[in-house]
Design a protein around this ligand. Sequence first.
Ligand code: ATP
Length: 277
Amino acid sequence: MTQAAPTATHPTIIKVGGSAGIDYDAVCADIAALWKAGQRLVLVHGGSGETNRVAEALGHPPRFVTSPSGYTSRFTDRETLEIFEMVYCGKMNKGIVERLQRLGVNAVGLSGLDGRIFEGRHKDSVRIVENGKTKVLRGDHTGTVERVNTALIDLLLGAGYLPVLTPPASSYDGVAINVDGDRAAAALAVAMHADALLLLSNVPGLLRNYPDESSLITHIPAADVEQYLEFAQDRMKKKVLGAAEAVAGGVKRVIFGDARAGQPVSAALGGAGTVVS
Ligand SMILES: Nc1ncnc2c1ncn2[C@@H]1O[C@H](COP(=O)(O)OP(=O)(O)OP(=O)(O)O)[C@@H](O)[C@H]1O
């Protein structure tokens, strides 16, 4: 007797950040309840706050650089990349997988390097603005996700595992590269034809007057999302850019939500935060 192919519903992609104040217990409990209720989910996470702390402790403090177009990123020399991997692929990833396992969810933690889940071009040099001058820094291990191994994610989902993914990505030559987690999650959402992409962090959403939390922008029309870059400072810009890339790629809803308490995933799916649609 032949078995009918499982009807694959479009997954929801959840990216939870790594800034101070995020309640991973709350995020994981919410994810576990939704997963057990039959939602197809893929989790992507960050780890910037803890990486900064560990890098300081190891005597190799983080260096953030600003591009001529105003985007802030971590300059990632080889030593920084190794510290980044210790925290993102080690402490953060295994901490989340352990929480989900304790809640009865068979989670599998993988980096973008594993099975080339996230792939992109290695950018070895970066143009930066420092003290009003434009300079070129070499020895950078960064890039942008251009390709996603959806077959591996489908394989895991199809077998009942919840993928828990993290940067770094793999370059086309197999070199580990630091990529922005929000934009990686956006590329994943597009490639997986996700219904929704949730970008959860330690703010209620996109604020018109950061850090005034009462200035939450509740809705952004999908066609206008790039215009809202003007409200985002430093690292929030990447989230807005990721949202623009996701909706341009066919994702119907992107939500910037709060991961500090409560039921962060259900709340965001219910429309709390900033909804781009
Ligand atoms: N207009 C704004 N509205 C909301 N947050 C803003 C705004 N402008 C800047 N921010 C900053 O953006 C931060 C969120 O981005 P950040 O990349 O630090 O978070 P993350 O996703 O939790 O981290 P990670 O890089 O580890 O994934 C907020 O903590 C806030 O400080």
